[in-house]
Write a protein that binds this ligand. Structure first.
Ligand code: MF3
Ligand code: CO
Length: 278
């Protein structure tokens, strides 16, 4: 699972290129957030994403990925769908919860991020679903903030798990993990969302990882749908998914897919901002 010699190390110039790719992803997701409303199809969100990514001079990394080839530019996972939902004719309804996962390649470098958003009036969202959103999003930032120069990969995993389990009864999906990222979307190492700290490759300058907690209101077991992509909770409980790509610079964490690079959230968690001005 872990082999630190396999972790791709980026130069500062390469990290700056990854920032450009990350911003394409971050801006696409902000556009999609504003487009989510009752009556919109997931396919319409996909079309908007593809147009925006290509308009930035980038390429959607999910399209044609793997085998069977992934057929769209984003993943849209609704309610009990955890990740990898395929956009199509599904019409979003008031009170739904939709996770949108987006990846882009710019200049050979990858960015990968996801958000989960309520459909329609946030006040119409089930109270437990609202809690799920809050906990999963904050867990992502706790994980990012746990990445320190000289630390290890599972410091992130442990921080995610401790936060989620400290907030109440939630399931952390174990069948899928975060991952290294750079000249490919999925690289070594895996970044699990649970486990004890102090394990895995060392976190050093030039390491880039995608952190992506997937949390449920029930059990952790998942099933694969007939389409060979959509991942569902086995017990039908709702799930949330948030993801960011970050790099470690000589000063700390730079959240490459966050519009502000993570400056604000990292500061609120008391850790140094490793980014540069865009
Ligand atoms: N962002 C997803 C991940 O990190 C990738 C989606 S799978 C794809 O694993 F096929 F859609 F690309
Ligand atoms: Co990812």
């Amino acid at each position: 699972m872990f082999g630190s010699h396999r972790v791709q190390i980026k130069t500062p110039e390469q990290v700056r290129r990854m920032r450009r790719a990350g911003l394409v992803v971050g801006r696409t997701l902000e556009l999609l957030r504003t487009a989510v409303r009752p009556g919109v199809t997931t396919g319409a969100l996909n079309a908007l994403a593809e147009e925006h990514i290509r308009g930035c001079g980038a390429v959607p990394s999910f399209l044609g990925y793997s085998d069977p080839p992934y057929p769209a530019s984003i993943c849209t996972s609704v309610n009990d769908e955890v990740v990898h939902g395929i956009p199509g004719d599904r019409v979003l309804a008031e009170g739904d919860l939709v996770s949108i996962d987006c990846g882009a390649i710019l200049d050979g470098w990858h960015g990968d991020a996801a958000i989960t958003v309520p459909v329609g009036d946030p006040a119409s969202l089930d109270a437990r679903a609202a809690e799920l959103l809050r906990v999963t999003e904050e867990a992502l930032w706790r994980g990012l903030a746990a990445a320190r120069l000289g630390g290890r990969v599972t410091d992130i995993s442990s921080a995610v798990e401790r936060f989620v389990h400290g907030e109440g009864t939630f399931g952390i999906v174990e069948d899928y993990t975060g991952h290294g990222i750079g000249t490919e979307m999925h690289m070594e190492p895996d970044v699990p969302n649970y486990g004890r700290p102090g394990r895995g490759p060392r976190l050093k300058q030039g390491v880039a990882l995608a952190v992506e907690p997937m949390v449920t209101l029930g059990a952790i077991d998942t099933d694969l749908a007939e389409d060979d992509w959509t991942v569902l909770t086995r017990d039908g409980s709702w799930a949330a998914h948030f993801e960011h790509t970050f790099a470690l610079t000589d000063r700390g964490v730079w959240v490459l897919t966050a519009l502000d690079g993570g400056r604000e959230r990292l500061a609120s968690l008391g850790v140094p901002f490793g980014g540069e001005a865009d």
